[in-house]
Design a protein around this ligand. Structure first.
Ligand SMILES: NC(=O)c1ccc[n+]([C@@H]2O[C@H](COP(=O)([O-])OP(=O)(O)OC[C@H]3O[C@@H](n4cnc5c(N)ncnc54)[C@H](OP(=O)(O)O)[C@@H]3O)[C@@H](O)[C@H]2O)c1
Length: 315
């Protein structure tokens, strides 16, 4: 699979990363029941078929996703680049709270190392901004963890330009993890160009808008405790508009023998700021289809055609 460099002098990542949110199992933002054996199989399939990196977070399943990732890569951990995140913790009642205090970040790092069954984290990311803590304090702690060798690279997620600038003043931000899909483009105008200019790697999440653009999404088939029931993209009027767009994109993807999900991933990867797209999967079959999107290059004519349809969809 094609690889791109993650930020200034960073590692080479495959253009598709394995997203390990859904395999975290049930929690406040869970995707319904999961089968851990299937999850391990999906991760091992990903690694054996060209994907060289995994994105997880301490909060996914309140630690469960990290444990499954650690189990899946046991025996070949050094072959896989593992990214995880800090700053979202269980308040003790099953509610996730944002906490980017230095103390929390340090504690979480130790816990993640244990769950992942590893001596180092390849990329440690602040999950969400925390207005209660000066970002310089949180970022200073991340840089300190890097100096200590507990983490190799440090990055952030869901940060705007102002926060990125504050971090960059005290130490390099290796990567940003923003949302980015054909129907979620708010980072496109300012943040992605800033990253490109400042050599900050961009690993975009939810390229298929949490499966909505996969071309196979059916709301009646998702579990009753799937977080997507609560999300505005999966409620009317957005849901019908998005599924209408999927039908319009289908013939464009079919011309290349691809699915709409693969088209959405290829569209995201077309942005010059992008290093890699993080694609969630729960099975080896889904994973195999997602891997195929890594070599799908859209022509400028196709990009224009797709953008016109996105604009017309009014999302
Ligand atoms: N930093 C953040 O705040 C943040 C936020 C969101 C996500 N992320 C990261 O980004 C990753 C990817 O995002 P995402 O999981 O939200 O969205 P996504 O990649 O857009 O969609 C993944 C979902 O689509 C469905 N799917 C996957 N492959 C498919 C295929 N080949 N055919 C049909 N359906 C398919 C699966 O859902 P079903 O199993 O239900 O079919 C899967 O869980 C996450 O796992 C996580 O690592 C980070």
């Amino acid at each position: 699979m094609n690889k791109r460099t993650l930020g200034k002098n960073g590692p080479e990542l495959t253009v598709i990363g394995f997203g390990a949110w859904a395999i975290g199992g049930p929690w406040q933002f869970g995707w319904g029941p999961v089968n851990d054996d299937e999850s391990v199989k999906a991760i091992q399939f990903a690694v054996n078929n060209g994907i060289n990196w995994i994105d997880t977070a301490a909060v996914y399943g309140f630690g469960h996703s990290e444990k499954v990732v650690g189990k899946a890569v046991k025996g070949f951990r050094e072959k896989v680049f593992i990214a995880t995140k800090c700053g979202m913790v269980n308040d003790g009642t099953g509610t996730a709270l944002i906490n980017n205090s230095p103390e929390s970040i340090r504690n979480e790092c130790e816990e993640s190392l244990k769950r992942l069954d590893t001596d180092y984290i390849d990329l440690y990311q602040i999950h969400w901004p925390d207005p209660k803590v000066p970002v310089e304090e949180s970022w200073g702690t991340m840089l300190q963890l890097q100096k200590e060798g507990k983490v190799r690279y440090v990055g952030v997620s869901n940060f705007n330009v102002e926060l990125l600038e504050k971090c960059m003043k005290i130490g390099r931000v290796q990567s940003l993890q923003p949302p980015y899909s054909p129907i979620r483009r708010e980072y496109e105008e300012k943040v992605l160009p800033y990253c490109l200019e400042n050599e900050i790697g961009v690993i975009a999440y939810s390229p298929m808008q949490a499966g909505l653009l996969s071309g196979k999404f059916d709301k009646s088939k998702i579990a009753s405790d799937d977080w997507r029931h609560k999300n505005p993209y999966f409620k009317e009027p957005v849901l019908s508009k998005a599924l209408g767009l999927v039908e319009k994109l289908r013939p464009i993807a079919a011309r290349s023998g691809k699915s709409v999900g693969q088209l959405a991933i290829a569209w995201v990867l077309n942005n010059p700021a992008l290093t890699s797209a993080i694609v969630g999967a729960r099975t080896d079959i889904q994973c195999g289809q997602n891997i195929e999107a890594g070599d799908y290059i859209l022509s400028q004519v196709e990009i224009d055609e797709i953008n016109k349809l996105i604009n017309e969809a009014g999302l």
